[in-house]
Write a protein that binds this ligand. Structure first.
Ligand SMILES: NC(=O)c1ccc[n+]([C@@H]2O[C@H](COP(=O)([O-])OP(=O)(O)OC[C@H]3O[C@@H](n4cnc5c(N)ncnc54)[C@H](OP(=O)(O)O)[C@@H]3O)[C@@H](O)[C@H]2O)c1
Length: 283
């Protein structure tokens, strides 16, 4: 990698208080970028900012909801003023909601019966409003920063964007309807924007992480004593490298895709970082 690629340039990382993008933000700062950390909860951003400051980096944590266009535009103005115009955008803000997933992996007659157990949520019991929350966060919450910071990149005639897709983008995982369709949307958005923004000198790519344990998925994949739940075992059986990803595993792919020299002719792709999950039928 060209070690000066990120030096003194401004990188904006959304979801920067989270498991994966906190590591991305810290790595971009290590490579010399001035990093703006976006997320809603300041207490999640502060430890990341502190780590960057402690290592001598320049950082600006900002509490922003990425689905709120006016708030993202306000953030852009602060960032441009304090760090300079955005050269690199990483759209890591995203996620799922427990009340937007089914509790069943396939149709069960009880979900349409009067005697449906209280804790059962099949497809026919899903609340469209909760699903829309997930779809909005992952799609519009990616699109809005692309518009706001992409406009600034277009004014300068260059820029690079990395979005966060998922294994769900390609084949939906059981229970995760809204999350899957929203992450499929992220791949599609990445391709559409790559074509649209090529004349503006902006490259748009994505990474598709496999299974990385974060606060939410840890509860789904792992037992309290460090073992695996049935779903965790199922994931492992379909992961040829036989482990969950660590945030550090993503850094090479993200930094490569952002690198305007190494990835100068790369736009519109989604790079799987998944220990082989998407290549394996598991059979
Ligand atoms: N972990 C995995 O296995 C995995 C696999 C595939 C894809 N991904 C994707 O990778 C990305 C990062 O995942 P992660 O594991 O690091 O998740 P995470 O730990 O939950 O981090 C996501 C961050 O997004 C922020 N966020 C959520 N809604 C937001 C909003 N409306 N505005 C601004 N920020 C918001 C959250 O902070 P606040 O709540 O404070 O806003 C949170 O810090 C996500 O897009 C996720 O879908 C993860």
């Amino acid at each position: 990698m060209n070690e000066t690629m990120f030096k003194n340039k401004t990188a904006v990382v959304t979801g920067a208080g989270g498991t994966l993008c906190s590591a991305v933000a810290i790595e971009l700062a290590r490579l010399g970028a001035k990093v703006a950390l976006l997320g809603r909860t300041v207490t999640k951003l502060e430890p990341v900012a502190a780590a960057i400051r402690a290592a001598g980096g320049t950082v600006l944590p900002l509490s922003v909801d990425v689905t709120d266009a006016a708030a993202v535009e306000n953030a852009r103005q602060s960032i441009t003023q304090q760090l300079g115009p955005c050269a690199f955008l990483v759209n890591g803000a995203g996620g799922n909601r427990n009340d937007a997933v089914t509790t069943t992996t396939e149709f069960q007659p009880a979900e349409i019966s009067d005697k449906k157990p209280e804790d059962m949520r099949g497809f026919f019991n899903l609340d469209p409003a909760r699903m829309l929350d997930v779809i909005k966060l992952n799609t519009i919450g990616t699109l809005i920063p692309c518009q706001v910071f992409g406009r600034e990149m277009a004014q300068r005639g260059r820029g690079a964007i990395v979005n966060f897709a998922s294994m769900n983008s390609y084949r939906p995982l059981s229970k995760n309807l809204a999350y899957s369709l929203s992450k499929a949307g992220v791949v599609n958005l990445t391709q559409w924007l790559a074509a649209y923004l090529a004349p503006a000198g902006i490259r748009v790519n994505a990474v598709a992480p496999g299974f990385f344990a974060n606060e939410r998925s840890r509860k789904i994949l792992m037992t309290g004593d460090g073992g695996l739940t049935a779903r965790g075992q199922n994931v492992m059986a379909h992961t040829p490298m036989k482990r969950f990803g660590e945030a550090q595993d993503l850094l090479g792919a993200v930094c490569w895709l952002l690198d305007d020299e190494r990835a100068a002719f790369v736009t519109g792709i989604t790079v799987a970082v998944d220990g082989g999950f998407s290549s394996s039928s598991g059979v």
